[in-house]
Design a protein around this ligand. Structure first.
Ligand code: G4P
Length: 527
């Protein structure tokens, strides 16, 4: 029998291209869940998205966002855990890692802008793990694209089948609300930006006379026509396909006006998956297994230089996590216990005595953890699914203060353990190369090295913009390749060689020259 504690948990992330409405939607969910009382209570985990990078601001946000990293609340008898992801594109890798810890996602699309660059990238990360995706088309109060055109665009660009479960009544200035296809129900709300509005009319179906009072005849007939068309094209939802990540239910609404949010949330808790079995290198770990297992997917630095401790975020995969019990840190081969594990219920941190699969606990850490570490009750396990992706900017570290070499090394080691950026070591001379997604990370590293470790460095920009991890079934051929291409080979923190290239063209040429070598886009060697 499935443990009800596991069954009731829904752990997910809301993701979007910046500005599509992720923060607003998160806030509305918290309002519905009673976790906050007024809009604006969620600290904005939104970095400055202008070109002038403001890393202090980002760092401040990183500090603040410990509180919003996980937002747990109860709704309709379910325990909901929303895992927050950073909005700024330079922290995309943080987002990808957080996605390894969720059981499903809600992807927000702006109805005016349609599918944007980050929407596509995020979707491809979801696809790597077959994560079930629900799509929320936001800002229907704006004059955006036609709903049918939007669905076509999403299906084509995101390469996924869709099934609308709600449908907008009007759009832009004529937007009245949404009809829930999922439970044939209509709620019309009064727009309200600050609280959850009471629904002004609830209709059982489209022939309910209550509708006529609030909608014009034309609106009702258009809605009926649209719904007929939707059913003809998209049919009814196949929940198995959704659970396998092959079909995305779609909802329409306006997060800021609270339109379509309840329909989304109510359907979400009904269809979104509870925690499931998870693959480790050694075996599949069953969610209902008695013994506790979990992995670290995120590490937050303490910004106060006097307190170097960090917070490691642990996702529980099986069993029950208990405070003050010794657990086995499989990479370090040692036992650790946690006196003050943190829970993030109702947007507040508190000490937790026990936690279940799907939950995330925050562990105070003085440097024991790095991203991807696994904890168990003694079994040697390593959870999979937390790959590194190719960075796009590579810079060599130049030590500016030889008296502080040790501090620099330690700083770089720890910051890359936290996942701020990736480290590659190149020969000759054990040169350290940092790879990151955006310029911002270099500013953050520089700042933190100086303020937390008292070390100074300069970054020398390299021409590379891609890394491909390389393997081969023929050891000799691999060794020969690594030797020949030595000046382009960086060894990552796990000891795996990566081929650094200026562009895809160069990688493709090299692939042709070395057919026995396999090139991988992520460090987990799946693609
Ligand atoms: P993000 O986290 O995905 O980056 O987006 P966020 O929720 O911060 O929303 C981005 C902007 O879009 C915000 O405006 C927000 O108010 C607005 N927005 C969100 N949902 C809707 C909607 O349903 N309709 C319309 N018209 N706008 C919406 P802003 O001006 O950047 O910020 P603010 O001054 O409103 O806080």
């Amino acid at each position: 029998m499935v443990n009800p504690e596991i069954e009731k948990r829904k752990t997910f992330a809301i993701i979007s291209h910046p500005d599509a409405g992720k923060t607003t939607l998160t806030e509305k969910f918290l309002l519905f869940g009673g976790a906050i009382n007024t809009a604006g209570a969620v600290k904005r985990n939104k970095a400055n998205q202008s070109n002038t990078s403001d890393f202090m601001e980002i760092e401040k946000q990183r500090g603040i966002s410990v509180a919003t990293s996980v937002m747990g609340f109860e709704y309709s008898g379910k325990r909901i855990n929303i895992l927050d992801t950073p909005g700024h594109k330079d922290f995309a890798e943080d987002t990808y890692r957080t996605l390894s810890a969720v059981d499903s996602v809600i992807l927000v699309v702006d109805c005016v802008k349609g599918v944007e660059e980050q929407t596509e990238k995020l979707m491809s990360v979801c696809r790597m793990r077959n994560t079930p995706v629900i799509i929320f088309i936001n800002k229907m109060d704006r004059e955006g694209k036609d709903p049918f055109d939007l669905l076509d665009e999403i299906e084509e660009k995101l390469n996924i089948s869709l099934c609308p479960l709600s449908w907008p009544i009007g759009q832009g200035h004529t937007f009245k609300g949404v009809y829930s296809i999922y439970n044939s129900h209509l709620n019309l709300f009064q727009p309200d930006k600050t609280k959850v509005a009471e629904s002004v009319v609830q209709a059982r179906d489209l022939d309910d006379p209550a509708l006529q009072q609030h909608l014009r005849e034309k609106e009702v007939s258009t809605l009926k026509d649209d719904l007929e068309l939707v059913e003809g094209i998209y049919g009814t939802i196949d929940q198995n396909l959704y659970a396998e990540g092959l079909l995305a239910p779609v909802f329409f609404g306006s997060a800021i006006n609270n339109f379509g949010i309840k329909e989304l949330l109510d359907t979400f808790i009904d269809i979104a998956p509870s925690p499931k079995d998870r693959p480790a290198e050694e075996r599949i770990v069953g969610v209902s297994e008695k013994n506790f297992t979990g992995f670290v997917f995120k590490i937050h630095a303490n910004l106060d230089p006097k307190h170097r401790d960090r917070i490691a975020f642990l996702r529980i995969c099986s069993g029950k996590f208990e405070r003050n019990k010794f657990y086995y840190h499989t990479r370090q081969d040692k036992k650790l216990k946690f006196a003050n594990p943190m829970d993030f219920m109702a947007n507040e941190k508190s000490i937790v005595d026990e936690a279940w699969p799907g939950d995330v606990v925050g562990l105070y850490d003085s440097g024991n953890f790095k991203i991807g570490d696994t904890l168990t009750e003694g079994e040697k396990l390593q959870f999979k699914g937390i790959p590194s992706f190719s960075p796009s900017i590579f810079k060599e570290v130049e030590n500016m203060d030889p008296m502080r070499t040790k501090q620099l090394e330690k700083g770089i080691e720890q910051l890359t353990d936290e996942g701020v950026a990736q480290l590659f070591v190149m020969q000759p001379g054990n040169r350290k190369v940092i790879g990151a997604v955006g310029e911002l990370q270099f500013e953050v590293i520089n700042f933190r090295l100086e303020h937390e470790y008292g070390a100074k460095c300069r970054f020398r920009t390299l021409t590379y913009s891609r890394s491909s991890w390389v393997t081969s079934s023929d050891r000799k051929k691999l060794e020969e390749f690594l030797k020949r291409k030595q000046q382009h080979i960086g060894i990552d923190k796990e000891g795996n060689p990566a081929y650094l290239a200026d562009n895809d063209y160069m990688i493709n040429l090299t692939k042709q020259d070395y057919p026995d070598i396999d090139f991988h886009k992520t460090s987990e060697f799946k693609s």
